[in-house]
Design a protein around this ligand. Structure first.
Ligand code: GAP
Length: 456
């Protein structure tokens, strides 16, 4: 069984319609990627799985769909305007740009760079002669803070007053709507607001395919609770997050917690869930105990009360927030890597197969007429019926073996062959992607047979 390199995954994703380079015909725009027909299905299935676990199956959890553009004061209150920036340095020799903290971390194979000031970083780089990853020289400029928020302007004039930002995280939409949701839903603490949506960061460092992009999607979950209940919620969501990833098919041994040593000054605890990508461990989720910092800041900056009135005790207080954020694009990437397998079969031939859990598979079933001339009409009727219930594809070209291979390569869990038996006896053959076993089933049982096996 062979696994895949990052480079091969980029071409596999393109070949089978999962992910394409953004603006490819113009030479591409760095760190942008477009999801193709199968990639967008996979991504939507992951969103649906998240919605199911985080909204549908949790009492007192509500979904929100806030605007990307928010009042600029939001980003002053959140601290992003002042401090959401990377420490960058340029190599004078080859003109490439690097994050100074990454240079130190990679050189020392640690995270000591995270704790250093800009001056400490550049001194450390120069004293230790840390080489440029591109050209090997150590000739770096002083460090500049490079702002990560994308700015745009609204109105006719391009002055400071009309600046608006593309949101760099979803969370603030949930914070500023905390009381709207609480009151309209008559929610009692602890309750959660979840949101799936785009975020934008002007990342300049190389991306590892879709791992680090400038436009990406987050599935964010904010749990509002009373002080004192916060650490319990924090521990709960760390584990709940790991379990969610395991339910998506990522094995425990390729997931780990990375507890943060360096915390934001307001945070009480922070932890990432990391997945073992081909390039090493990479963060796919972040869970933070943010205390009552965010709501306190919004109260201060907006002048509006962010107090919760406890209906039982009549206490008034600003809730604590435990945040758990799932990077959607990184989850798609982890699922792609985890699902891919190259197998040598008993007869010595090889097959490439995407072993998605059935719920995530872009197509749940493929319908094949054995012989186009004789069976296409019946197969089309069956395709039309099944596609009302789940994503189904139809293929009438090439021999059956080749058609199976094509569906294996895109991860379709069930292939249904229509032949003379279907015409005469109303039975079909269903072939299982993983075991490659075939069974015969009465036609009227097919829909339920598949529906039962694609649940999450
Ligand atoms: N509201 C909290 C927040 O945004 P974060 O750790 O900055 O926290 C959360 O981001 C998650 O978003 C990360 O764990 C990662 O999965 C994803 N993410 C962050 N930056 C990204 C980028 N440039 N490209 C793709 N995904 C990214």
């Amino acid at each position: 069984m062979e696994k895949m390199t990052m480079e091969n995954m980029v071409s596999y994703s393109k070949q089978y319609g999962f992910i394409f380079q953004g603006s490819e015909i113009y030479g591409g725009l760095a760190n942008t990627w477009d999801y193709g027909p199968l990639g967008s299905r996979l991504k939507n299935n992951i969103k649906d799985a998240w919605r199911k676990r985080f909204i549908q199956e949790r009492n007192n959890a509500y979904e929100l769909d806030a605007d990307i553009l928010m009042h600029p004061r939001v980003w002053e209150a959140s601290g992003h305007v002042d401090s959401f920036a990377d420490p960058l340095t340029d190599c004078r020799h080859c003109k490439t740009r690097h994050r100074a903290d990454n240079l130190v971390n990679d050189y020392t194979n640690s995270s000591i760079g995270d704790k250093m000031s800009n001056e400490e970083l550049i001194n450390y780089i120069r004293e230790n002669n840390i080489p440029c990853p591109k050209c090997g020289k150590c000739d770096f400029t002083d460090i500049r803070q490079f702002k990560l928020m994308f700015e745009t302007y609204r109105g006719v004039t391009k002055d400071n007053k009309s600046v608006v930002y593309l949101r760099p995280e979803n969370a603030q939409g949930e914070y500023v709507n905390f009381l709207n949701v609480q009151r309209s839903m008559r929610a009692k603490l602890p309750f959660s607001i979840g949101q799936i949506g785009k975020a934008f960061r002007n990342e300049i460092t190389p991306g590892n395919f879709t791992f680090r992009t400038i436009e990406f999607e987050q599935m964010e979950y904010q749990t509002f609770c009373k002080e004192g209940n916060d650490q319990e919620q924090y521990e709960y969501f760390k584990e709940y997050g790991k379990k969610f990833y395991m339910d998506l098919g990522l094995p425990a041994e390729k997931l780990r917690f990375h507890d943060h040593e360096k915390l934001a000054f307001y945070a009480k605890a922070a932890c990432d869930i990391e997945y073992l990508f081909p390039f090493g461990w990479g963060e796919i989720n972040g869970t933070h105990n943010r205390t009552n910092y965010d709501l306190t800041r919004h109260q201060e900056y907006s002048g509006e009360s962010m107090m919760y009135l406890d209906p039982v005790t009549n206490e008034k207080y600003i809730p604590y927030i435990v945040e758990s954020t799932y990077g959607l694009d990184r989850t798609v990437l982890a699922v792609l890597f985890e699902s891919y397998q190259k197998e040598t079969l008993a007869d010595g031939t090889e097959r490439e197969v995407m072993k998605f859990i059935p719920y995530l598979a872009p197509y749940k079933a493929a319908v094949f007429p054995l012989i186009k001339k004789n069976h296409a009409e019946k197969a089309t009727t069956i395709y039309n019926e099944l596609s009302k219930y789940f994503m189904t594809t139809y293929d009438e070209t090439g021999n059956i073996g080749k058609r199976y291979r094509r569906q294996d390569a895109i991860g379709t869990p069930f292939c249904i062959t229509i032949d003379d038996e279907t015409i005469n006896n109303n039975t079909v053959t269903i072939r299982n992607r993983d075991t490659m076993e075939q069974i015969t089933l009465p036609l009227d049982e097919v829909k339920d047979y598949i529906l039962k096996r694609i649940q999450f």
